[in-house]
Design a protein around this ligand. Sequence first.
Ligand code: PGA
Length: 250
Amino acid sequence: MGQRAKLVAANWKMNGNTPDNDRWLRAFRDAPPKCETVVCPPFVYLQQVAAGLAGTAAGVGAQDVSDRALGAWTGEVAAEMLLDSGVTWVILGHSERRASFGHSDAIVAAKMERVVAAGLRPILCVGETLHQREQGLTMAVIAAQLEAVLQRCPAAQLVVGAIAYEPVWAIGTGRTATPAQAQEVHAAIRARIAAHDPHAAAGMRLLYGGSVKPANAAELFSQPDIDGGLIGGASLVAADFLAICAAAAH
Ligand code: PGA
């Protein structure tokens, strides 16, 4: 198994405003975390966050990207535009976008091609619903989500980024996967990538997401195949996000 530095990403979702973001950024700069971090605000705040994080080691990430090339696509934001705005990371395939905005596995794979071509670092989200888990379909669902992408982008190209396992039933519900449940799926994801490329699998950071908070982060991050987290609700409070980063840093 390769050496993988822990990574903690903040997914603000559709939250924030200019003064609150400034306060958050000031708190972050006052106590910069010791682990690698990425902050993913809504599109309109990317430049504010990029400016606020300048001089820190933190990266800036978008929450989505267009699957189209530049041109007449009203409402879309291209990978090149993200790069041009100081963005280096992109979340792809978040379950909220899959479930509510029609992002199929094929669309997520097409977005991934744009991200890789632009030299951005992807955070590819995968995960099962509660119904799928209860039907015993967890790994079948995740395998399909992974394979759709791996068939178009080799694992070696994705290893600059990360894969986030986010069980849909744990997102924003306060119900976290147990460390053992998460570890089991992370190990299976790594094995699936290893079937394509063992070297990429050993280096790939696998993040857990779904109701991570300061109280449960350390135990999740101590699992052998959990290399950090994708943090939603708890990332909106700077002190909580920083506490989660501290749990990843030791
Ligand atoms: P949550 O969201 O931490 O609020 O559960 C995680 C995510 O959806 O990325």
